[in-house]
Ligand binder design. Structure first.
Ligand code: GUN
Ligand code: ZN
Length: 429
């Protein structure tokens, strides 16, 4: 029989979307969750679960919050070492900092070192699944998947394809992008907890021929996700207009090459035209909000309330290393701040939902990860709601759970993460 573990604490799960109806009504709090091997076996009353499973190991987390591990729906693991690079906006930032760092991933040893470093850092921050861009080097994908596989971790990633407007050494071609992506996809997609995402970086760094080749690969493998960037900065949008004079808008540079679909992930999506919003909603593509990146690189204010109200599918992400943090807590705080600048404060339940269920749905994995329910995968994070003196002096005054949680969302970091479970394996920090 599989090893059973009973975790006692305040087990938070979602029974509905907190963006529909009262946010607090979407949440359920239980006393305990039972893990069996790599799966969540039961959630409920502690005494009853204990009586029914007397052999289970018991871990008592007291007042701590137990929730699904965070899901980060858009990252660049190769940008780990250059996070927090000063003073540039998107295009200059890519040329000055990002591309030189990504060049280093021609070395399998460097790729393996950074993949391991990235997965260790993010686990310590409570992130159990992420969807990552790699570099143009197949070695960078191999290194990331191998590191995730060794950790039993559910991840999505793909080779970042670029065949123009990038330096020598960081360019492939339409043909090699197709062939290398297909070989990686065939080798890794569906192996253990690994999924492949077809990954054209963004339309400025792909020729129409390359976008067409990526669209063909996607049509041959429609169950794969496809990830890219969309309408992040106004300068970028102008550039796209010049490069694709016949396109109706930025989204059309993907749509016309078969790169718009329900399994598509469109990072940033800040400055959208009405037609783009309509088409994204019609096909059910996911928009990925990257708030620390949007303030750090100076991109703009994502319209969370408007996009949610019109029924878009939205995930939350760090966008490491354009984003300035590995922490999904810090990312929720930034989403709250952007909401405030837009005049709509997000409730803690909405922020936690975006970082778990919302991102899992964006990745089309809402049935596997992102929530605590019987049959789902055992990826969990345990949060101390009094992890620093500054936080505890505020949460001490809280009159309910939500007031106790919000200081950790706004001021918390990896110090709030006391335990993480990945695929039923416990990591202790
Ligand atoms: N657009 C194209 N590439 C990137 C990237 O690496 N980071 C961000 N934030 N935007 C991009
Ligand atoms: Zn990105």
């Amino acid at each position: 029989m599989a090893q059973e573990t009973l975790l006692k604490g305040r087990v938070l799960s979602f029974t509905a979307s907190p963006f529909e109806g009262e946010p607090e009504d979407a949440v359920r709090i239980d006393e305990a969750v039972l893990l069996s091997g790599g799966t969540i076996a039961a959630v409920g009353n502690h005494d009853a679960l204990r009586a029914a499973h007397p052999q289970a190991d018991l871990v008592d987390h007291g007042e701590r919050l137990i929730l699904a591990g965070f899901v980060d729906a858009h990252v660049h693991y190769p940008q780990t070492a250059m996070i927090a690079s000063w003073g540039k906006r998107l295009i200059d930032w890519l040329n000055s900092y990002t591309f030189p760092e990504e060049m280093k991933f021609a070395s399998p040893d460097y790729a393996a070192e950074i993949a391991g470093r990235y997965l260790d850092l993010t686990a310590a921050h409570g992130t159990t699944t992420m969807c990552s861009f790699c570099t143009i080097h197949p070695e960078s994908v191999e290194a990331f998947f191998a590191a995730a596989q060794a950790r039993g971790q559910r991840v999505v990633a793909g080779k970042t394809c670029m065949d123009r407007n990038a330096p020598e050494g960081l360019r492939d071609t339409a043909q090699t992008a197709y062939e290398q992506s297909r070989a990686l996809l065939q080798r890794w997609h569906g192996l253990d907890r690994i999924s492949y995402a077809i990954t054209p970086r963004f339309s400025p760094t792909s020729t129409p021929e390359q976008l067409e080749a990526m669209g063909a690969l996607w049509s041959e493998n429609p169950d794969c996700l496809m990830q890219t960037h969309l309408s992040e900065q106004t300068d970028e949008i102008e550039w796209v207009r010049g490069l694709f004079p016949d396109a109706r808008d930025y989204l059309d540079t993907y749509e016309s090459f078969g790169l718009l679909g329900g399994n598509g992930l469109y990072g940033h999506a800040i400055h959208l035209e009405p037609r783009e919003r309509d088409r994204l909603r019609e096909v059910g593509g996911a928009l990925v909000h990257c708030p620390t990146s949007n303030t750090f690189i100076g991109s703009g204010l994502f319209d969370m309330a408007g996009l949610m109200a019109e029924g878009q599918r939205i995930g939350l992400a760090t966008d490491t290393g354009g984003g300035s943090s590995f922490s999904m807590l810090r990312t929720m705080a930034a989403a709250y701040e952007i909401g405030q600048l837009r005049g709509v404060p997000l409730h803690s339940a909405q922020l936690l939902w975006l970082a778990t269920v919302g991102s899992a749905h964006a990745l089309r994995m809402g049935h596997l990860i992102g929530n605590i329910a019987p049959g789902m995968e055992a990826d969990l994070v345990v949060l101390d709601l009094a992890s620093t003196p500054a936080i505890s002096q505020r949460s001490d005054m809280a009159s309910d759970l939500w007031e106790a949680v919000f200081p950790t969302i706004m001021m918390g970091d990896d110090r709030a993460v006391t335990e993480v479970w990945i695929g039923g394996r416990r990591k202790v920090f």
